[in-house]
Design a protein around this ligand. Structure first.
Ligand SMILES: Nc1ncnc2c1ncn2[C@@H]1O[C@H](COP(=O)(O)OP(=O)(O)OP(=O)(O)O)[C@@H](O)[C@H]1O
Length: 459
């Protein structure tokens, strides 16, 4: 029988919770504050901790941190006052498996407990996954060796198991949908990932699409019909292009996100749902709020946990591995023999600005593959716009008066690596240092291509 430790200073709430959990067949231990909780963890076998965030003495966040250090095999679910989602999200980022807002919805807690118990040794698993991501520079079909993408991967790994609502922002083609899919896949949620893009719907049909209707709700409601929200029950609801949603729907969405309940059109019955919300947008929501086109309350509710995807021009170190990835994929898809790109062509791709980001890069590589008769992509296989790109990356900016020698060295190595597409032998030769020194410095400065395999090491 799994045992659950409840840390909660409100005795009445603790007792009521304890009775409910015992009824579901678990062994329950109780503590009225953080110290007592940590003491119980030392002396008793505990599988899951359910802790309030607001505690007298050591607060819930500190309790979480101590548990992670001293009992990394124990999962922690936090309880938080209604409306203090920010603290809860902080806890999730620190490693809590999930959180619940008070007053607790016992039907949701009943689902969270078995799911959290399954995730044994979560810290260990996270560490393993993270080192795998660092080693391979890829994660759930996404390529990313640079610092910014690695940070994105790390956040996904941390927050995926919780039900925290996530807002994914970034220009078009930066990978927002891939992030949503990764969050769902790693969430261990049994339900579906339901992706909804409402830009294609006339305003009059949006509500119907989201909430469904009862027979007779409007002139075309011939029978009861579930909406997309109901389809996402026990799963993830991914709302793409959130910025385009009309204001009257935004109010209703906020209610669903906060209370996880809604009504079909024409119905009185309220449906309770267990949904994880993810929203994405490429527009500046803050500006929309200022212009009165986006509700401030919804914006603040969503932005608590934001994953910001950088435009490709801000993580150019990922261009060469992305190109390799797309060559492999599209060459096979198109029955081609292409398996290389010339240095000259890669320099062009490294320098182009990519307003359409990774999607544009992928399309460029795919059409170049179609044009290519041999096995190597050359500049002429790409569009005139790309061919006419001015090669960048030849200038390292040094702030005289504020750059240290180390910073200059780091920047020079970084730029040379990008220019050679990560070829360490060439980089070392250009810089006039031995390859082992280069590897040491890449490690020391945590530079891109750090974990790439050493096939080009010739010395
Ligand atoms: N890090 C990545 N690694 C590999 N492929 C990627 C990566 N990011 C995006 N892609 C690819 O780029 C294309 C666009 O990605 P996606 O649709 O996720 O972008 P988006 O930000 O949702 O775009 P939009 O805002 O236009 O909806 C897809 O084909 C996807 O597979």
């Amino acid at each position: 029988m799994s045992s659950i430790l409840i840390i909660e200073d409100d005795k009445g709430a603790r007792m009521a919770l304890s009775r409910a959990i015992e009824k579901w067949g678990y062994k329950v231990l109780q503590a009225g504050n953080g110290q007592e909780g940590l003491k119980k963890l030392k002396s008793k076998d505990v599988d899951l901790v359910l802790s309030d965030i607001q505690l007298p003495g050591i607060n819930g966040i500190e309790v979480l941190e101590r548990i992670q250090k001293e009992h990394p095999q124990v999962s922690v679910v936090m309880m938080t006052a209604f409306g203090s989602v920010e603290k809860a999200v902080k806890a999730v980022k620190l490693g809590a498996i999930d959180f619940l807002e008070k007053p607790l919805d016992l039907s949701i807690l009943k689902k969270i407990i078995p799911a959290s118990l399954q995730t044994k040794n979560i810290q260990e698993d996270r560490k393993k996954l993270l080192s795998e991501v660092k080693r391979t520079n890829s994660f759930e079909g996404m390529i990313g060796s640079g610092e910014k993408m690695q940070e994105v991967f790390e956040t996904i790994i941390k927050v995926a198991p919780s039900r925290a609502t996530v807002l994914i922002t970034g220009e078009t083609g930066t990978g927002k949908e891939l992030v949503a899919r990764a969050l769902h896949r790693l969430s261990n949620r049994n339900g579906n990932l339901v992706t909804v893009n409402l830009t294609a719907f006339p305003d009059t049909l949006i509500e119907d699409e989201l909430f469904g209707h009862d027979k007779g709700a409007h002139s075309t409601a011939f029978e009861d019909r579930d909406g997309r929200l109901a389809e996402a029950d026990a799963g993830t609801f991914f709302l793409d292009e959130l910025g385009e949603i009309p204001l009257n729907i935004q109010v209703k969405l906020l209610r669903v996100i906060e209370q996880r309940e809604f009504q079909r059109l024409g119905a009185n019955k309220t449906h309770k749902v267990d949904i994880r919300f993810i929203a994405a947008t490429h527009v500046n929501l803050e500006q929309k709020v200022r212009d009165g086109q986006f509700r401030e309350d919804l914006y603040y509710r969503l932005k608590v946990l934001q994953i910001e995807l950088p435009p490709l021009r801000e993580h150019r170190e990922d261009i060469p591995p992305l190109v390799q990835h797309f060559i492999r994929y599209h060459s096979e898809e198109n029955n081609k023999k292409v398996d290389h790109i010339s240095e000259e062509a890669l320099n062009l791709l490294n320098s182009y600005d990519w307003p359409g980001n990774i999607r544009e890069l992928e399309r460029a590589v795919e059409s170049a593959i179609v044009m290519c008769e041999g096995n190597t992509l050359e500049p002429e296989h790409f569009s005139k716009e790309i061919q006419n790109t001015k090669i960048k990356g030849d200038v390292v900016t040094i702030q005289v008066g504020s750059s240290s020698l180390k910073e200059v060295e780091k920047e020079l190595i970084r730029c040379t690596l990008i220019k050679t597409g990560g070829n360490k032998t060439k980089t070392a030769k250009i810089l006039g240092i031995g390859i082992r020194t280069l590897y040491r410095k890449i490690d020391e400065y945590d530079l891109p291509y750090k974990n790439e395999k050493k096939s080009d090491e010739t010395e």
